[in-house]
Ligand binder design. Sequence first.
Ligand SMILES: *[C@@H]1O[C@H](CO)[C@@H](O)[C@H](O)[C@H]1NC(C)=O
Ligand SMILES: *[C@@H]1O[C@H](CO)[C@@H](O)[C@H](O)[C@H]1NC(C)=O
Ligand SMILES: *[C@@H]1O[C@H](CO)[C@@H](O)[C@H](O)[C@H]1NC(C)=O
Ligand SMILES: *[C@@H]1O[C@H](CO)[C@@H](O)[C@H](O)[C@H]1NC(C)=O
Ligand SMILES: *[C@@H]1O[C@H](CO)[C@@H](O)[C@H](O)[C@H]1NC(C)=O
Length: 330
Amino acid sequence: MDLKLSTLLCFTLLFSTILNPALSERCNPKDKKVLLQIKKAFNDPDVLSSWTPETDCCRWWFDVTCDSMNRVNSLFIYSGRLSGQIPPQVGDLPYLVDLRLHKQPDLTGPIQPSIAKLKNLMSLDLSWTNISGSIPDFLSQLKNLTYLDLSFSNLTGSIPSSLSQLPNLGILHLDRNKLTGPIPESFGEFHFSLISLYLSHNQLSGKIPTSLAKLDSETIDFSRNKLEGDASMLFGLNKTTLIVDLSRNLLEFDLSKVKFPKSLFSLDLNHNKITGSIPVELTQLDLQYLNVSYNRLCGQIPVGGKLQSFDSSTYFHNRCLCGTPLPSCK
Ligand SMILES: *[C@@H]1O[C@H](CO)[C@@H](O)[C@H](O)[C@H]1NC(C)=O
Ligand SMILES: *[C@@H]1O[C@H](CO)[C@@H](O)[C@H](O)[C@H]1NC(C)=O
Ligand SMILES: *[C@@H]1O[C@H](CO)[C@@H](O)[C@H](O)[C@H]1NC(C)=O
Ligand SMILES: *[C@@H]1O[C@H](CO)[C@@H](O)[C@H](O)[C@H]1NC(C)=O
Ligand SMILES: *[C@@H]1O[C@H](CO)[C@@H](O)[C@H](O)[C@H]1NC(C)=O
């Protein structure tokens, strides 16, 4: 071919690509069709007004991103108002890694069962919505999940023990729902992967399983439930836990016998039925926050470390705790 002709051809091709969006469209037609169905299922909400058939979903649509193969890999709708249930079509975006429908007060109905098909999903966030029903077992099939946030919703029923089969789960937020029943025995099997476990503000009851002695998470928040009995298994000299909040439960154990990890920097045990005294080992920790108020503790607050830097509300309303910052022991 003549050099000039091929250059001309090249330019023609280049210009037609720029001028004709259809030729340069990245969006996979299957994904586009599914997204338009999702938009329709939500009744064409304002927040999805950029989702139009003429434009490239990978370039121009808000809340959508595509991977290097031009498949939709993330759907992150966190503003505006979606109303109704999560449509089954979300399960037809096979390359989805990240699905977040966050702060959607009018999003109702169950956790859509077709989400089970999204095998590549790493993050699922349906927090601050009004999704209801129970937490489905099928979530345990999404083996790549590292982040699961179902907090601040309207979920009921018990926590499925199968969640511990998620080998890569690092952060689990089930707080601020209406969950009942016990913490599953299987949660001790999360072992090293689980960095943060938030179960607070539910109606969880019964004893904390002893298997949780194996759990070594940075953050554990079980506050505002109805948990009873021992919680000392959550601690241990060899753990690397930073933050523990067990406040406002019905826990009953001897604090003097607990071995605290050196890493601990925030401990909230207020409003329980904890007995014994404050162990002297707590003076060796670099505590930034401590609250043991409203329990059944006795004896002198050990002197040293950070223990005297907290005000009396850290210690008040116990059976017979005394010494700075409380009145001195008789
Ligand atoms: C759930 O719906 C109720 C009633 O409509 C509303 O008051 C509440 O804010 C909603 N929850 C969330 C997390 O948006
Ligand atoms: C999980 O992710 C890896 C790599 O990102 C991928 O190869 C694998 O297929 C995924 N697992 C599943 C069950 O899809
Ligand atoms: C929350 O769930 C209950 C059933 O458990 C339901 O009656 C109620 O309507 C739900 N609230 C909202 C705002 O969807
Ligand atoms: C803590 O770790 C040390 C050595 O790393 C080990 O000897 C000891 O048995 C462990 N203690 C507990 C309670 O696991
Ligand atoms: C400890 O908790 C009690 C009860 O919730 C509260 O009144 C007090 O202010 C808290 N103290 C600190 C230092 O946070």
